[in-house]
Ligand binder design. Structure first.
Ligand code: IMP
Length: 194
């Protein structure tokens, strides 16, 4: 449920709601991947928060690895053309891989990553995404583990940024990017602890 806090920003998912949902996803993954020792692969930087909490909540052996990518498109409007800036350390060939994403928007980035990782011949590959902006999808992608179906709004917090700020918000806020552009410090009150 949306809670209006002030003009221009609203809490979309509270810290509690996120924790609860991450726990459910981790339980599903623990059940499905018991004895399969999966590698959780994540893309820097936004998904790092989700990956860490998800992994902490699992009850099976698993490993993690990171990639860094840059898209040639605009900062917020992905064109699906992706360059790998930092590759995985682990060899995923023959291993079960779970690609952990913070948010799937058009699906262009995810479909590129899936084809790149699939070419390394993992035993299997599935996707776990915290937020799914499903109405924005251009390329169909299967998201086996999904946290929330996210409305078509710009969101920040829990790893997601606006100009590299606000990743440290513990909740996820829906914001007006135009207003933040004008006043980049507008969300400071949301960073303060009660
Ligand atoms: P896609 O290729 O269009 O699916 O783009 C996904 C990427 O766009 C995510 O990994 C984010 O980096 C970025 N992104 C999409 N929507 C948002 C948002 O609302 N807030 C912050 N980043 C976003």
């Amino acid at each position: 449920m949306l809670r209006r806090m002030e003009e221009g920003a609203r809490v979309l998912y509270t810290e509690d709601a996120i924790r609860q949902r991450v726990g459910v996803l981790a339980a599903e993954i623990s059940r499905d991947y018991a004895g399969r020792d999966p590698i959780l692969v994540s893309v820097l930087k936004g998904a790092a928060w989700f990956l860490a909490d998800l992994m902490k909540a699992t009850t099976i052996t698993c490993r993690m690895d990171f990639m860094a990518i840059s898209s040639y498109g605009g900062a917020e409007e992905s064109m699906g053309v992706v360059r790998i800036l930092q590759d995985l350390e682990l060899d995923i060939g023959g291993h079960h891989v779970i690609l952990v994403e913070d948010i799937v928007d058009t699906g262009l980035t995810l479909s590129y990553l899936l084809s790149t990782l699939s070419s390394r011949e993992p035993a299997s590959i599935s996707v776990c995404a915290l937020l799914d902006k499903s109405v924005r999808r251009i390329v169909p992608v299967e998201i086996r583990y999904r946290g929330f179906d996210c409305p078509d709004r710009f969101v920040v917090g829990y790893g997601l940024d606006h100009g590299e700020r606000y990743r440290n918000l513990r909740c996820i806020l829906e914001v007006d990017p135009g207003e933040l552009e004008e006043d980049p410090l507008a969300l400071v009150p949301y960073l303060e602890r009660p």
